[in-house]
Design a protein around this ligand. Sequence first.
Ligand SMILES: Cc1cc2nc3c(=O)[nH]c(=O)nc-3n(C[C@H](O)[C@H](O)[C@H](O)COP(=O)(O)OP(=O)(O)OC[C@H]3O[C@@H](n4cnc5c(N)ncnc54)[C@H](O)[C@@H]3O)c2cc1C
Length: 179
Amino acid sequence: MEFDSDTFRRVMGHFATGVSVVTTLDPSAAGERPVGITVNALSSVSLDPPLVMVALDRRRRITPVVRAAGRFAVNILGESQQWLSDCFAGAPVVPDREAFCGAAWRPGETGLPILDGVIASLECTIAGIHPVGDHDLFIGRVIALANEEVHPMPLLYYRRRYLRIERATTLELEGKPEE
Ligand SMILES: Cc1cc2nc3c(=O)[nH]c(=O)nc-3n(C[C@H](O)[C@H](O)[C@H](O)COP(=O)(O)OP(=O)(O)OC[C@H]3O[C@@H](n4cnc5c(N)ncnc54)[C@H](O)[C@@H]3O)c2cc1C
């Protein structure tokens, strides 16, 4: 059966995800310049040790930078942060990615850039890199993490559009919760 990559993207777009910005400090730049990219190919892969995976297209300028830095942070965006998702995905806005989208940030526990207002963040050292197809799978060992006790709802992405969660969710969970 034959299909093109647009069809593949369209079908996979039915899997709704959150949206994150993966950040790191470019070790080749003076003063370790913060850089970032919008990512929804994010997954938790192990609880013990705590590992996450992000998949970065090898053609992206930031991919070799993350590899060289040996570490990255995952910033999980809230529903009001679509502008960060757009900018870090290369939207023609000012300030652009070259200026870290003008985003306010602070160094996390390990010094990695944590964007102001994100609903949760993870700081990772790279435990493995697996080239698969046209992407590199970065396995991150989680060193530090944080989430806001009171935080906005997450920004969602579905069929190449942003979505927000409806508040009227009163249904009880019927499946078995994870232990
Ligand atoms: C919701 C969503 C989820 C996404 N998920 C993923 C994902 O999981 N994995 C993935 O690989 N892509 C993902 N993308 C795509 C990715 O965010 C953008 O497509 C990508 O950053 C755009 O790259 P580009 O084609 O402009 O090429 P790039 O090579 O990234 O950039 C082209 C030019 O932009 C400038 N530039 C690039 N990066 C920077 C930087 N950090 N700082 C300053 N300038 C820079 C440079 O001038 C460069 O020459 C996602 C996009 C969206 C909207």
